[in-house]
Structure formats: structure tokens, C-alpha cells
Write a protein that binds this ligand. Structure first.
Ligand SMILES: [Zn+2]
Length: 599
């Protein structure tokens, strides 16, 4: 699929998404946008009166929910249209207009939560039990649980005024890392000079020529090394921001503050790290296999990305990919399968690349739209996995939207990546059965091992590092470049094991990872991946009970806390068992890969 990029109007219509069920035309959108003007003002009649009756309290929930539902429909249309061609200024303009409406709406509704929190406890409990509040009891619980961590009105005002300056370290890191920091030219394998970039760094690390990999690695970290004091200060500033917020909001620690929104027990975080530690010897076995396949005595950190499995050429036509994914998801039952068919036949997917189209892939939509999928399908095996992944998100939205009222339909990120990754695990299983030739099997086994390596081991190492540096900051230990580098090097050595002769330069990896600015986010990748492996194994058991439990997980949306929803599906992350079960799959896959490669 090479050659000149097509223009949007040259694409076959059946491979583009159909957004007309959302709005029949741009003019219809424009009209809806006009009608929406000033909608949030209606709620103002309730201001100062939420404590006077359960009817008023319920009306505040109902009206703000309706407003949010309407504005997200306007937003989704503008953003999907804009992504069809990011150079189209009309759609860019529509998107900007909705965004600023969203800010206005948010500001106009901001008084509601503090006013609810100010109602005395006896009154609120009386209201809660009145029938009119029945649809909003859970929403009320979510507001009230924030009460112990909410400050007085004037303190909250100060905090919101401080938000922008406190965001400076993260913003500056991003500017330095993405714009100002330039890497020198290095030689590619033909000896041609190429400027090293974030984008091509990983390509260099996949190079068969070890000296090319090493050179890219050393050059990258030498560049970071020259600004390490600045980078340490930025990371330190960002960690201190988290610690500051946790303290003023009366959380036990920065970690507990970050886990509060999703109501995740810290035990989940600690179990993940402890369980992954138990399986590090299996990871060492994988590193050792990698080392033997590459013919190295002592691998270094720049040997961790070069493929160890002979290249297998997969050229999968889109129709074929749709068949594979449909077949792979068959264990999820007829009901799920019927929706998968609709995704294909009712044009919920925008399949092909075209000029100006947003890159990558995603699933996006709202309560009043189809759960659309954007792809840039190129026919590789990875793209087939991407289709299965996004299908998982879209069907999660479909089932959640169908079963829940709008106010509880939005699910958390913790649950989201479980639904997508479960589909990938089912696709893996299907393809392992389908292919008989050993090269393809080895390729798939390696693909799964890479998934564990990148998503479970590496993200858990990041999660552990995040916890470590926040702990240090909370104990007054300054995060100097040496402190950060020494901790990182030790941790990295622990994860990759004694067989790796890690170049000192890896100690600076902390300096280039944007995720360390995300406030305890990455553990979700690891728990999501592990939960998905455990769920997929249960689904493949063939028991209809497991499938039913899985579908009720999808249907639960955001109607309860994510851990409780997952526990009902059979994966209780408060216990180490699901992560352990997933890592048992890793252990077995490494053994199978070793056998397949004759190593
Ligand atoms: Zn995803």
C-alpha cells in the first residue's frame, strides 16, 4: 500500500465511517450548536436552593447531566470530522468553538458540587432516600466522598489560581524534550548521516548492526546528560507539585491522592510490584533467550529491541482482517458477535489512511453516537491487533451505553484497557490455532512476550520508580540528578537481571520518560494487561458463566468503582492472583518461544 496518498474523496465510501446518524450535515450541527447557546443558564435558578428539597437536588444532577450529554455530542462530531482531515480549517474552527463552550459550561456548573457538600449530613441523608433521588444516588456518593479532601471556598480559589504556575515543570519538560532538545546526526547502517530523533531512536535500536544500536543509545543519553540538572529540577518540581496537592487535600501520600479518584486500594499498586518481582527470574530467562538468539555473551540495554524472530511477512487484506477478528471474538458469544458485525456493516470504522487524516488509531464517540473507530490500516499483523484492540473499546462503550443511563455510562481508564487487551489476547489465541507453520507461531509467541515485556515488566518498573521518587520527596530527600540516576540504575539492574551488562548511560533514562509527569498513571497499563490475560483465559475455557460475567463487566460502565466491577467479572486486583495468573502465561510463552526457536 505505497504510492501517493489518496485524497479523502477518493476513498471507497464503505471503508469510511458514516457520521450522519450523529448529525445529517454540518448545517444540522450548526443549528444544534446555536440551539445549545446559553443552555447552562437554566441551572442557575437552582443556585442557593439545592439544600431546600430533594427535587432541587435531583434537578441539579439531571440538568447538568443533560447539558454534558448535549455538549459531548456536539464535540464528538466536530472532533471526528476534524480528524478526517486535520488541515481542514472549518472543522478545526468547529472544534475550537465547542471546546470553549465546554469551558463555559464547566465554569457555569462549578458551584454545584461545593453547594452539595455544604448541605448538612442529616438533610442529605434524608434527600438521598427520597424516590426522586433514586437515579442519582451513586452520583451523590461520588460527590460526597470528595468532601474530606475539599477545602474552603477561598482555599479552593487559591488552588485553582495556582494550577497554571504549578503546571510549569511538566510544560517545560515537554517543550524541552519535544522542541528545544536536538540530537546530533549519527550514521545509519549504510554510513549515511541521519539526525537522531525520538521517532527514529527505536528504529535504530531495532537495527541488526550492534554498533549502530550502540551508537544511537550512547548519543541519545549523552545529549540528555548535558541537560541533566535541568531535567532533574523539572521532575523534582513536578513530584513536589503532587506532594503539595496530596498534603493540602489531606491524603496520606501522593500515591494515595492519585489513586483516590478511581478508588483504587494502594494494595493493588503494591501487589503488582511485589508479584512482578516474583516473576523476574522468568523475565531473566526471556532476556537470556534474547541474548542467545542474538549471539551475545553479555547483552546491553541497547540489545532489548532488536527482533529475535526472523521477519515473517504478513500482508493481511482488510476483509481478511475483519474475518480474523470476527472469528477470534466468537468465544464472546452471539450477542457480542452481532455487534461486531454491525461495526463492519454499518460503517462505524474509518479504515484507510488519506491526506491530512489523523495518524494512529482510536475508538471514540459519545452516548448519542456509534462508538466509532479510526484506523490507518496498512495490512500488517500489528494493524490486525489494533483493529481487535479498538473493537474492544468500542464494544465496551456500546454495551455500557446500552445498559446504563448517560450519567453512569462513562467507564474509567482502569477498566477501559482491560476490554481492549482482552480482545488482543483472544486474537492471539485464535491466530496460534490458525497458523501451523513454525515461523508464524514463533512470531506470535514473540509478539506476546514483547507485550509482557513492554506493558507488564517495563511499566511496573516505571510504576516502582514513580513510587520511589515520590517517597523520597515526601521524606525530604532532594531529587538531584545523581540521586535519580543511581536509583534508576539500581532498579533497572534489578529488572533486567545479572546477565545484562548495563551501560551506565541507562541511568539517565528517567530523564526522557514523559510518563513520570502523569501522576501514577502507568500502573494501569500493567494491571489492565494482566487482568485481560486472566479474563481471556477464562473466556476460552468455554464456560458460558465466564462470558456472562465478562459481558456484565462491559455493561457496568461507570456505575460502580472499577475494582468492584472487575472483581465481579472474576478478576479481583486487590488480590495478587490475577497478575500471578498472567505471569504464569508469560512463563509458559517464554518456554514455547524458546522451543519454537530451537534455543
Ligand atoms: Zn486502548
Amino acid at each position: 500500500m505505497t504510492g501517493k496518498q489518496k485524497k479523502r474523496d477518493e476513498l471507497p465510501a464503505e471503508l469510511t465511517w458514516d457520521l450522519t446518524p450523529l448529525y445529517s450535515s454540518d448545517a444540522a450541527w450548526e443549528q444544534a450548536f446555536q440551539v445549545f447557546a446559553g443552555r447552562e443558564e437554566k441551572v442557575l435558578v437552582l443556585k442557593g436552593r439545592l439544600g431546600s428539597s430533594a427535587e432541587n437536588l435531583a434537578a441539579a444532577f439531571r440538568w447538568s447531566d443533560e447539558i454534558e450529554r448535549e455538549v459531548s455530542k456536539l464535540y464528538v462530531y466536530a472532533h471526528l470530522r476534524s480528524d478526517e482531515d486535520t488541515t481542514n480549517t472549518r472543522y478545526m474552527g468547529m472544534q475550537d468553538r465547542v471546546r470553549s463552550r465546554m469551558v463555559q459550561v464547566g465554569a457555569a456548573l462549578a458551584w454545584i458540587e461545593p453547594e452539595i457538600m455544604a448541605i448538612d449530613e442529616a438533610t442529605i441523608e434524608r434527600f438521598r432516600h427520597e424516590d426522586v433521588m433514586a437515579p442519582y444516588r451513586w452520583a451523590l456518593t461520588l460527590v460526597l466522598r470528595k468532601k474530606p479532601h475539599t477545602l474552603s471556598e477561598s482555599e479552593e480559589r487559591l488552588l485553582s489560581m495556582a494550577a497554571e504556575p504549578l503546571g510549569t515543570p511538566a510544560k517545560t519538560f515537554s517543550l524541552l524534550n519535544n522542541a528545544d532538545l536536538r540530537f546530533p546526526e549519527i550514521s545509519d547502517e549504510q554510513g549515511q548521516p541521519v539526525e537522531l530523533t525520538h521517532g527514529n531512536y527505536i528504529k535504530f535500536l531495532e537495527n541488526r548492526d550492534r554498533s549502530v544500536r550502540q551508537h544511537a543509545f550512547l548519543t541519545l543519553y549523552e545529549t540528555y546528560g548535558r541537560v541533566k540538572n535541568t531535567l532533574a529540577s523539572l521532575l523534582d518540581g513536578n513530584v513536589k507539585k503532587h506532594v503539595f496537592h496530596a498534603r493540602v487535600r489531606r491524603h496520606g501520600s501522593a500515591l494515595q491522592a492519585a489513586l483516590f479518584d478511581d478508588h483504587i486500594d494502594q494494595q493493588v499498586y503494591d501487589n503488582l510490584i511485589a508479584t512482578v518481582h516474583d516473576y523476574l527470574p522468568d523475565f531473566y530467562r526471556y532476556v537470556d533467550l534474547r541474548c542467545r538468539m542474538l549471539g551475545l555473551d553479555k547483552p546491553d540495554m541497547f540489545d532489548m529491541y532488536v527482533p529475535i524472530v526472523p521477519e515473517v511477512h504478513f500482508e493481511v487484506e482488510y476483509e481478511e482482517a475483519c474475518r480474523w477478528v470476527t472469528e477470534a471474538l466468537r468465544p464472546l458469544g452471539d450477542e457480542y458477535g452481532a455487534v461486531v458485525r454491525r461495526v463492519f456493516t454499518e460503517r462505524w470504522i474509518d479504515v484507510l489512511e488519506c491526506r491530512g487524516k489523523r495518524s494512529g488509531a482510536y475508538s471514540s464517540g459519545c452516548y448519542d453516537s456509534k462508538p466509532y473507530i479510526l484506523l490507518n490500516y496498512q495490512g500488517t499483523l500489528d494493524h490486525v491487533f489494533t483493529l481487535a484492540h479498538e473493537m474492544g473499546h468500542s464494544l465496551h462503550s456500546y454495551f455500557s451505553d446500552e445498559a446504563q443511563p448517560h450519567i453512569y455510562a462513562q467507564y474509567s481508564i482502569v477498566a477501559a484497557e482491560v476490554a481492549s487487551t482482552t480482545n488482543e489476547a483472544l486474537l492471539h489465541h485464535y491466530l496460534m490455532e490458525k497458523f501451523t507453520d513454525p515461523h508464524r507461531k514463533a512470531y506470535l509467541l514473540n509478539h506476546l512476550c514483547d507485550g509482557f515485556k513492554g506493558t507488564v515488566f517495563r511499566q511496573t518498573m516505571f510504576a516502582e520508580f514513580e513510587k520511589m521518587i515520590h517517597d523520597k520527596a515526601e521524606h525530604g530527600i532532594p531529587l538531584t540528578p545523581d540521586e535519580l540516576s543511581e536509583s534508576y540504575y539500581q532498579l533497572n539492574s534489578r529488572y533486567y537481571g545479572p546477565a545484562v551488562d548495563a551501560h551506565r548511560h541507562i541511568a539517565l533514562e528517567w530523564a526522557r520518560i514523559p510518563h513520570f509527569y502523569y501522576n501514577f498513571y502507568v500502573y494501569k497499563y500493567a494491571t489492565g494487561f494482566a487482568a485481560a490475560q486472566a479474563l481471556a483465559a477464562g473466556i476460552l475455557d468455554g464456560s458460558s458463566e465466564n462470558v456472562d460475567r465478562y459481558l456484565s463487566f462491559l455493561r457496568a460502565g461507570g456505575s460502580r468503582f472499577p475494582l468492584d466491577i472487575l472483581a465481579q467479572a472474576g478478576v479481583d486486583l486487590r488480590d495478587s492472583q490475577p497478575v500471578r495468573a498472567a505471569l504464569e502465561i508469560f512463563r509458559q510463552t517464554v518456554a514455547e518461544l524458546g522451543a519454537a526457536l530451537g534455543a
